[in-house]
Design a binder for this molecule. Structure first.
Ligand SMILES: Nc1nc2c(ncn2[C@@H]2O[C@H](COP(=O)(O)OP(=O)(O)OP(=O)(O)O)[C@@H](O)[C@H]2O)c(=O)[nH]1
Ligand SMILES: [Mg+2]
Length: 472
């Protein structure tokens, strides 16, 4: 049904979603072994452009990352073409001469697939497809493809399918409206146009079914989260491949898939973890970020990303051994801004310090980021210090209390003991002015996270008038 009007590259992603089996086949100690279907790997050529004013170094980094994405999606990169251009061509992205050159390379190498580092317009896609007669994917389609391959849970699958259909819908509309107009008029309403309408309607219907499903998932999750709101919620954030899942496995007793692939994790996993002797938190591992992440993916992953939005504390995990960790940090911060989570208490965690060859570089990093934690999730280095720092960040915005409660108000005292950190507890007597009755009270000094203020205030307000007395 889709084939008639949807360009092949987008048709492929929908088809894969329905037919592809999970790629991972076995789990062993937190590592899933991927099938190496070497005979099936497609040969890919990467294409990017250095525009005037852009540095080749930056574009090269982006292309390296694209190569990693292509590899994760199951392609072998056999060629790269990254010409410098004043500006990209509206019709074919790269210039005419380069298109010709590409055609020759494709013929020579029998490449199966072209991957473009930027998102192509529907016109560019169509022109290039016609000219080169080979499958084309842009960065967004490739990322969507990987998400589709890695989606395991019903939630992740629904979220990915929604993002893919939204992607296709924009391609469909923009690519074909001008054709509809040309074809319009009496006697000109051909089957093509009807087909487009049918496809569009079908996609629209499917999108609303998926959206309904996500609303239900969202409601379930909200209920689940309510049940555990007494714990401080700590969530990992970070660039894909920074080592979030490895760190999760090192800190909690989990078996989250950690792999040298991009977007290994698509679902949120949450566990309780002791970060001090009597202090448990809820720790969540979730999907990683990347530059130029398709916006509709962020939107459809709303319920997964709620883990980040609703966290009390964020652990921003960085690959400290990556040449461009600062650029990755910037991308993650941009994403956090979009999620309105940039001003949450955040601890920077430099991971993979075992892979930083030069001790001077590590020392310089520690100098530059004195507040950050430095760890190796893989080797279990620095985990105790990390926990201490998490606790510090958690408590940095705690409110301090010094209150008197009648010992008979067991319910309130029990609640405070449960959610707050009691620093001292002393038994004594107190009276309300103008009342002769003496009450046995407890003086509680405690600290509590801001999110409990609303619940604690009314409990203590009731006993404000109590004044300690020296003698009974
Ligand atoms: N050398 C070294 N490698 C590490 C360390 N921590 C993680 N890795 C490796 O980095 C790769 C990615 O790790 P993951 O834990 O899957 O990364 P992630 O941040 O969860 O990635 P996504 O889920 O894909 O976003 C794996 O190959 C890990 O073995 C570390 O401390 N040192
Ligand atoms: Mg992960």
């Amino acid at each position: 049904m889709f084939r008639s009007t949807i360009p092949f590259n987008v048709y492929r992603v929908v088809k894969r979603l329905k037919t592809d089996k999970p790629v991972a086949t076995a789990t062993k100690k937190g590592t899933k072994v991927y099938e190496t279907r070497s005979t099936e790997r497609e040969k890919a050529i990467l294409v990017g452009v250095v525009r005037s004013g852009e540095s080749r170094l930056d574009v090269d980094d982006s292309i390296r990352e694209l190569a990693l994405l292509a590899d994760t999606a199951g392609a072998n990169v056999i060629e790269e073409m990254v010409p410098s251009m004043q500006k990209v061509s509206a019709a074919t992205y790269i210039g005419k001469g380069k298109v010709q050159e590409l055609k020759e390379i494709i013929d020579e190498t029998e490449a199966d697939l072209l991957v473009f580092d930027d998102d192509l317009s529907p016109i560019q896609l169509r022109n290039l497809e016609r000219e080169l007669e080979v499958k084309l994917l842009d960065r967004s389609a490739l990322i969507l493809d990987i998400f589709a391959r890695h989606a395991r849970s019903a939630t992740a699958k629904t979220q990915v399918e929604l993002a893919q259909l939204e992607y296709i819908r924009t391609r469909l509309t923009r690519a074909w409206t001008h054709l509809s107009r040309q074809k319009g008029g009496i006697g000109m309403r051909g089957p093509g146009e009807t087909q487009i309408e049918t496809d569009r309607r079908m996609i629209g219907m499917r999108i609303s079914t998926l959206k309904d499903r996500l609303v239900k998932i969202d409601q379930q999750r909200t209920t689940q989260r309510k049940g555990r709101s007494d714990f401080t919620r700590v969530s990992f954030v970070g660039y894909t491949n920074a080592g979030k899942s490895t760190l999760m496995n090192a800190l909690a007793d989990t078996n989250v898939l950690a792999e040298d692939k991009l977007f290994a994790t698509l679902d949120a996993t949450t566990r309780t973890v002791f970060i001090a002797q009597n202090k448990q938190v809820l720790l969540s591992d979730t999907v990683g970020f990347i530059r130029k992440l398709p916006h509709r993916l962020i939107e459809s992953f709303k319920s997964t990303l709620d883990e980040v939005r609703e966290a009390d504390v964020l652990l921003h995990v960085l690959d400290g051994s990556h040449r461009r960790f600062q650029e990755q940090m910037r991308v993650v911060n941009e994403m956090l801004k979009e999620l309105s989570a940039l001003d949450k208490p955040t601890l920077l965690v430099f991971n993979k310090i075992d892979a930083i060859g030069d001790p001077q570089i590590l020392a310089a990093l520690k100098d530059e980021y004195p507040e950050a934690a430095f760890v190796s999730a893989l080797r279990g280095i620095g985990l105790a210090d990390l926990k201490t720092r998490v606790l510090d960040v958690m408590e940095s915005d705690f409110a301090q209390y010094d209150v008197i409660m009648p010992v008979t108000d067991q319910k309130a005292i029990a609640y405070i003991r449960k959610v707050a950190e009691v620093v001292s507890e002393e038994y004594m007597y107190a009276r309300v002015p103008y009342d002769d009755e003496t009450h046995a009270v407890v003086r509680l000094q405690f600290r509590a996270a801001p999110k409990f203020t609303e619940d604690i205030e009314p409990l203590i307000a009731r006993h404000r008038d109590l004044k300690v007395v020296e003698e009974v």
